[in-house]
Design a protein around this ligand. Structure first.
Ligand code: SAM
Length: 192
């Protein structure tokens, strides 16, 4: 095999591996979750359920999500939190945002299609790790929620990917969208 044909062979094997990986799923509740999208959340199939359970106990403890709450999640990933929440947020509303378009599409096709009170939105924000081709800066983003229209906001492992000025911008946005008496929670501490 020449060097060029070796390289082409390697490239096509890598592409084949990637395509195969994109078709692999694992079972979580009633869902067939794509492995490659779960891997982008910092965990993987092996601890998906455990992380989801832990997150649920934190959000219920810190912001006491009620079935009728209007909930906003920043960085919803592939639904660690939205999937279990869909079963308890019966009369409320959930909106999730994320930069990874395939994850947002998967959540709309699989979760929002079953739960009409759930919706997921893609934000075209540039981020080296999650969305390098994004066209917007965090500071220019207006979160897709009206003033004082949200009761609870939460986010897990998102601020750790952001710069101080970007976090500052989101905090101002949270202030705009939170209804009086509303609460926010991020994985370490934050409630208002
Ligand atoms: C480590 S993952 C955590 C995902 C999810 N919160 C979870 O716990 O499974 C971080 C997520 O934040 C999203 N993200 C990063 N920067 C963001 C931003 N400025 N606005 C919204 N989402 C963002 C990424 O696309 C990614 O899905």
């Amino acid at each position: 095999m020449t060097l060029v044909s070796k390289r082409l062979h390697h490239q096509s094997a890598t592409k084949k591996g990637r395509v195969e990986m994109e078709h692999q799923t694992f079972k979580y509740r009633d869902y067939d979750v794509p492995v490659h999208l779960a891997n982008k959340t910092g965990g993987g199939p092996e601890n998906f359920g455990e992380i989801a359970l832990h997150h649920q106990s934190l959000i219920h403890h810190w912001i006491d999500i009620r079935p009728s709450d209007r909930v906003f999640e920043v960085g919803c990933g592939i639904g660690h939190d939205a999937i279990p929440l869909a079963e308890t947020l019966t009369t409320g509303v959930y909106q999730g945002i994320d930069l990874i378009r395939p994850s947002v599409d998967w959540l709309n096709e699989n979760v929002a299609s079953k739960y009409a009170n759930f919706s997921f939105h893609h934000l075209d924000i540039e981020d080296d790790l999650h969305h390098p081709t994004g066209k917007m800066r965090v500071e220019d983003v207006r979160l897709p929620a009206g003033a004082r229209s949200v009761d609870k906001i939460f986010l897990f492992s998102v601020f750790i990917h952001m710069y101080r000025n970007e976090i500052g911008h989101y905090l101002k946005e949270f202030n705009r969208i939170l209804a009086p008496g509303g609460k926010g929670f991020r994985d370490l501490l934050f409630h208002g």
